[in-house]
Design a protein around this ligand. Structure first.
Ligand code: OAD
Length: 231
């Protein structure tokens, strides 16, 4: 089976009603990113950061996977599929994708503030957290999110996956946040690359751009892959 590695960003979940960051009306227009999503911001005002992610969780708990998420899960019938996502939502998992690597953490989890950290899943019915939240041993908890100014520990396994891809697909990301935006640099020479985005960032001319939203774009990708590999 061909190995498909798919890198997704906020645009993947836009049709599920989850706000993106940099589109007009996106989250970073309304919230100063360095206050709500950076290591310094968390030190300065942890309550603001907890509240920001509490709001993101409430938005997520109302959302459902869209046809794009479902289409990627369906590709597992014919391909070995690995999803590398910058998204902190769990919509790929809920759509049925088996191999999901979260580069920037997960909304429905918390971790201890201290290193080495422990990760705990959140109960959807009690998903709000605050600076007073503690683990069973009394240690302070924080959102399980990779803040700006922090390292991206999952980058290494992500690079490994990309370097083994037979086909690499990028969906719904503005390709401005590193190191995630650099994943494209790790493909093997000659690997076909598809990029689904209605407003794509500039990419080299050998990238096949599918200028569509995630749902329609994944349907088109599926048709292209079928004609290339399964006819
Ligand atoms: P951005 O908000 O920067 O970019 C969203 C992308 O999705 C843009 O390229 C849009 O054109 C595209 N888009 C919009 N609607 C779409 C649709 N229906 N289908 C497909 N694509 C669509 O989001 P990211 O690139 O994911 O990190 O942002 C990267 C990181 O920056 C995030 O993981 C987050 C943020 O700060 C952290 O918070 C650590």
């Amino acid at each position: 089976m061909k190995k498909l590695v798919i890198s997704t960003g906020a645009g993947m979940s836009a049709e599920s009603g989850i706000s993106t960051f940099r589109d007009s009306g996106g989250l970073w227009e309304n919230y100063p990113v360095m206050d709500v999503a950076s290591a310094d911001g968390f030190r300065r005002n942890p309550r603001l950061v907890h509240d920001f992610y509490n709001a993101r969780r409430r938005e997520l708990l109302k959302a459902e996977p869209n046809a794009g998420h479902l289409g990627l899960a369906a590709l597992e019938k014919d391909y070995e599929v690995y999803v590398i996502t910058q998204n902190v939502d769990d919509l790929h998992e809920r759509a049925g994708s088996s191999n999901v690597l979260h580069l920037h953490g997960e909304l429905m989890a918390v971790r201890t503030v201290d290193e080495p950290y422990r990760v705990y899943r959140l109960d959807p019915d009690h998903a709000d957290t605050s600076p007073e939240s503690r683990d069973p041993e009394g240690r302070p908890l924080r959102p399980h999110i990779v803040f700006f100014q922090e390292a991206v520990p999952m980058m290494e396994p992500a690079v490994e996956l990309v370097s083994q891809a037979d086909v690499f697909v990028v969906i719904g990301t503005s390709l401005v946040v590193y190191p995630a935006a650099g994943l494209l640099n790790y493909i093997r020479r000659g690997t076909p690359v598809y990029y689904i985005d209605p407003n794509p960032a500039p990419v080299p001319e050998w990238v096949h751009v599918i200028r569509k939203g995630a749902s329609e774009g994944v349907a088109e990708l599926t048709r292209i892959l079928t004609s290339q590999y399964n006819d």
